[in-house]
Design a protein around this ligand. Structure first.
Ligand code: PRP
Length: 223
């Protein structure tokens, strides 16, 4: 099969965003094979009712990497991931209006009472987002030393790894359950449809068709 005849590959993130993506897939007319809905399945690549479209299910950070390198043609990625990687090969034409949350700096409640963020010159931060964190602090002349973690960041201040974290906040329940409070909001986040720039040129009709269908589905879900 020549590259232009193969099905397009849509990369979707595992986890809670997927619950918000599913109704959108339905309104785009995409029905994944039955195994896609089974949490117990070890499969990662799925057929759909559309012979011209396959789905892969990967970690949210990896959606951007698969699409940037052309291993997937389109995907759904958080703007947090796009900000962190800044891949030039990605085009993000559409805010899907799902996965809304924000990236914030948080610290223990008892530190907040004596803390003065404007006086910081150096901070040590646990985060999944070292690039966003360094850029954010550098813009106000603060040097950020980042300790990269991949999850459960909220443990770090309580166990003495560092005093502060930079992480996603959605409901705020995880911060609260771990005695942390937000002290600075870095950016609002939502999920975007992303497209590989080469695929947009070489398979423009197919890719543009999916951008239009997702745009329509996102308008319908916002209405
Ligand atoms: C994210 C984030 C926080 C939590 C915030 O983690 O890293 O830990 O959600 O959500 P809340 O404000 O609604 O409590 P996620 O659940 O995606 O898991 P992870 O830590 O494995 O990335």
């Amino acid at each position: 099969m020549s590259p232009v005849d193969r099905p397009l590959v849509l990369a979707l993130p595992k986890g809670r965003i997927l619950d918000e993506v599913m109704p959108m897939l339905k309104s785009c007319g995409i029905e994944p094979e039955a195994e896609f809905a089974k949490d117990s399945s070890r499969k990662l690549r799925f057929a759909t009712n559309r012979p011209d479209l396959e789905i892969i299910r990967v970690r949210s950070f990896d959606v951007a990497t698969f699409v940037a390198f052309g291993a997937a043609d389109i995907g759904v990625a958080g703007s947090d991931v796009l900000m962190e990687f800044n891949y030039s090969e990605l085009y993000a034409p559409l805010d899907l209006g799902i996965g809304r949350c924000h990236i914030s700096v948080a610290e223990p409640q008892d530190l907040v009472e004596s803390d003065e963020p404007r006086s910081w010159s150096h901070v040590r931060v646990a985060t999944k987002y070292p690039e966003i964190t360094k850029r954010h602090f550098a813009a106000r002349g603060v040097q950020a030393e980042c300790i990269k973690l991949n999850g459960a960041l909220e443990l770090a201040p309580n166990l003495g790894l560092c005093e502060r974290i930079v992480d996603l906040v959605s409901s705020g329940a995880t911060l609260k359950a771990n005695g942390l409070v937000e002290v600075e909001r870095i950016a609002d986040v939502s999920s975007r449809l992303i497209v590989n720039r080469t695929a947009l040129k070489t398979r423009s009709d197919a890719v543009a068709g999916w951008i239009d269908r997702f745009a329509e589905a996102s308008r319908a879900s916002a209405a």
